[in-house]
Design a binder for this molecule. Sequence first.
Ligand SMILES: Nc1nc2c(ncn2[C@@H]2O[C@H](COP(=O)(O)OP(=O)(O)O)[C@@H](O)[C@H]2O)c(=O)[nH]1
Ligand SMILES: [Mg+2]
Length: 442
Amino acid sequence: MLDKLKDGFQGAIRKLVGSPSLDEQEIKEFVHDVQRTLIGADVRAQIVLEVSQKIEKRALEEKPPPGLPRKDHIVKILYEEFVAILGQEGKLDLPSNRTNVVLMVGIQGSGKTTTIGKLARVLAKRNYRIGVVAADTFRPGAVTQLKTICESINIPVFGDEKEKDSPKVAANGVDFFRDQSYNVVIVDTAGRHKEEQSLIDEMKKISRTVNPDIVFLVIDGTIGQAAFAQASAFHKAVPVGGIIVTKLDGAAKGGGALAATAATGARIFFLGTGERVDDLEQFVPTRFVGRLLGMGDLQSLLDRAKELELVADEKQVKRMMSGKLTMNDFLVQIESVKKMGSLRKIIESLPGFSQVNLPEQNIEEMEKRMPYWRAMIQAMTVAERTDPDLLNSQRVKRIARGSGVLERDVKDLLTRYRQAKAVMKASKGRQFRNMMRQMGKQ
Ligand SMILES: Nc1nc2c(ncn2[C@@H]2O[C@H](COP(=O)(O)OP(=O)(O)O)[C@@H](O)[C@H]2O)c(=O)[nH]1
Ligand SMILES: [Mg+2]
């Protein structure tokens, strides 16, 4: 899906990550690559300009949170700005105690009729009772096409091949299903007339007669720049409440989707990814952009970056990087691992622990022990935390008592701390940097 956009973004990211240094020139080049990619994907020039200026400004000015490599931070900025132009996720709110009317509009061939089948299927899974009204009275065979699609998924269709007055069919159809207390009625419409104005007039009339709860504009994902004018025209006739972009499985460049959201201010709700009745995906901007940028679950990168912002204080990181490690730093490490939740994923890169070859149950064991480690460190005095070499057997005893563990446990903690410190020293913090990077990236 959207291969060109994906290739472009991923190429730009690879170049950024692969470059030996990172100066203003490189950041500008990255932004340039992003720009080129967006333009190549048919995104409107104005949007391209706005978004790339924002990315450049943030990439040059923002300081990444300690522990997050600057390059990762720039990828995160790209991600955030791209998600921002796509807007929030569209959530379809259809109360089940009434008959909701959904009106589908869009140019002929955009995929309205096909999408109705897909949408009905999605909603049927949510236990709605759904009826469909065939109000495309212009295209020959339109009613039959709709009936064929809906028959395959057991959804009733109201249609009248002989009736050419589409607002009348629409109104009758909605009444028909409302009388039987259906939850959702989806109205299919025509997408072509002898002239554009009569199409727009017809949409206005239908909208006035059925009074829809939401109007979906169906946009062909392959039409590029033309989507803006199309979306504007429909939006003038009927208030577009949501957008469905189709044909993203093919040669779509995807920019049309952005154009349509820009023209109407409406959110994208669904993506059509094939001709079959199951080829409809709910549109989640974060997931969508994550996939384009090729970083898998980007949400987790963001969560981790946030954790780093919370956990790491810059001085602490610097000290650790220079090979010095206090018990407090060690506690921060333990805490951050705990907060990340996925201990196993990062365990190998955690200094000190990397030496130990850990079978599965040991990891569980460690997770159980973490609260005790914390309690032990908290039971230490400031001097002891800064210089754990002070911990003679007398002090160990005190700490064990103070934190409700055995002396053996305190000694075990000290061993781990020393391992971590040794590794830290040997690698001059490289390991820690790696750990932070891994946590930020995955
Ligand atoms: N590949 C692909 N084809 C689609 C998709 N949605 C619709 N189509 C095809 O586009 C053509 C026009 O669809 P149709 O629903 O009749 O459009 P309408 O005129 O707006 O009702 C049909 O051949 C559909 O099979 C999609 O998401 N992917
Ligand atoms: Mg149709």
